[in-house]
Design a protein around this ligand. Structure first.
Ligand SMILES: *Cc1c(COP(=O)(O)O)cnc(C)c1O
Length: 428
């Protein structure tokens, strides 16, 4: 067995000696501009987007317009969270009780919860080696009740939107993109969130840009935009040109001007964050490509590498046992690596652990499941391939703040750990 130097886990010196910056990309870039923008809102005493005691313009509206320009989307609506962006999107598409919404087995549980929020049942499909919705599995789980699919651009990388849109079109199903983890990414040169019928974004603390909490909906369709607005604001009818019959009441999940102010400044930081994330991810990918192949390690499949935001570096070990050992060894080297799935560790990113959905507990039983009798709902026996893949997947989150020195140390740690792996039997 070749070994560069003794692994930290075996008592050697850790590869990472300089402390690594924290991952939360947008949050770590908060600076004087965000402070000033918030103070400006406070001093103007305009904390509500739709009216102001002393006039002035709305930060939320400016954010919506700015995001529309970045995306090339005709209509953008800011909302209170990524979850409410998803349920606003579904409501805009007239999805409701009795309907099924296909979601991938790997996504934050909010994607599935957003279907329940409009009274629909989420059903799960497999992810492929890109860790995004597998178009074939999507087609297999379609039933006469299926009315929408949520394609998630998970961990910053684009899903196979071409194939997903084709399947959806063939079956007359609406497409929502969950862009919560991939703002600014592209697929075939087009911004994520503009490839389906509706795009849903999150501004929660952990996302590429953040206002602490918040979200947004993008669409090219004026009527759907109006419906999303109606969903997110019970008083939207007051400000709408819609006829009474077209109005409906839902909930209130508006974005405040304080959040809008931060979101607007953060939007200006987006391209810089993406450039730095991509620089970090690409340096590791090119450094490790040869060694990975020798050791039977494969990188996450990229459906459009140029469109990946660079948010994470993910690779598959040959077995889940090896993946587990690799994570332990990397952590000993000082790299905050993680395994994407373990049956023993509760993690709401993996359908296997969606206990409230699997048990159909709470009011969703009455509002959603009972209105879709016979639905398979979240039948997890249908996603064994996703669980097998995720159990072998090792993730190292990127930070736009990584210095050359940080990347050198992380790269060295990965080299040490991968070098210590046995060569695969076939190539020996
Ligand atoms: C964060 C996230 C959401 C939900 O966003 P919130 O703002 O937390 O409601 C939805 N989908 C995915 C994939 C996410 O990562």
């Amino acid at each position: 067995m070749t070994q560069l130097v003794k692994l930290a886990i075996d008592g050697g010196k850790a590869a990472v000696v300089h402390p690594l910056p924290k991952a939360h990309p947008g949050a770590m870039r908060i600076g004087i501009e965000e402070e000033e923008a918030v103070l400006e809102v406070l001093r103007s005493k305009r904390l509500f987007r739709y009216y102001a005691p002393y006039g002035g313009s709305s930060k939320v509206k400016a954010f919506e317009e700015g995001l529309g320009v970045v995306l090339g989307a005709p209509h953008v609506l800011a909302v209170g969270s990524g979850t409410s962006a998803l349920s606003s999107s579904l409501a805009a598409l007239e999805i409701g009780p009795g309907d099924e919404v296909v979601v991938p087995a790997y996504t934050w549980i909010a994607t599935a919860a957003s279907a329940l929020a409009v009274g629909a049942v989420p059903t799960v499909a497999e992810v492929d080696a890109g860790l995004t919705l597998d178009p074939e599995s999507f087609e297999e789980v379609i039933t006469p009740r299926t009315r929408a699919v949520i394609a998630v651009h998970m961990r910053g990388a684009p899903a196979r939107m071409g194939e997903i849109n084709d399947v959806a079109k063939r079956h007359g199903i609406a497409v929502v993109e969950d862009v919560a983890q991939a703002m600014g990414g592209t697929y075939q040169g087009q911004r994520l969130g503009t490839l389906g019928d509706m795009g849903a974004f999150s501004l929660q603390f952990n996302k590429i840009i953040t206002a602490g909490e918040g979200g947004a909906v993008a669409t090219a369709d004026r009527r759907r935009y109006e419906r999303a607005r109606m969903y997110h604001d019970v008083s939207a009818g007051l400000r709408s040109e819609l006829a009474t019959e077209q109005m409906f009441l839902a909930t209130t999940c508006r974005l405040s001007e304080l959040q809008g102010a931060v979101a607007l400044v953060q939007l200006g930081r987006l391209e810089g964050i993406l450039a730095d994330l991509r620089r970090a991810q690409r340096s590791l990918t090119s450094r490790l490509a040869g060694l990975a192949e020798e050791r039977g390690v494969t990188f996450r499949r990229q459906w459009d590498a140029a469109g990946d935001t660079g948010l994470t570096f993910i690779f598959y070990a040959p077995t889940s046992e090896i993946a587990h050992d690799v994570v332990r060894a990397l952590r000993a080297e000082g790299v905050p690596a993680s395994l994407l799935f373990s049956p023993d560790t509760l993690d709401f990113h993996v359908a296997y652990h969606w206990r409230p959905l699997i048990s159909r507990s709470g009011w969703a039983k009455i509002t959603a499941f009972d209105l879709a009798p016979g639905t398979s709902g979240c039948d997890l026996s249908r996603t064994p391939r996703s669980m097998e893949l995720l159990a072998r997947a090792v993730q190292v989150e990127m930070s736009p703040e990584f210095s050359e020195q940080n990347l050198e140390e992380i790269g060295f740690a990965l080299e040490k750990v991968l070098t210590a792996l046995p060569e695969p039997v076939a190539s020996r």
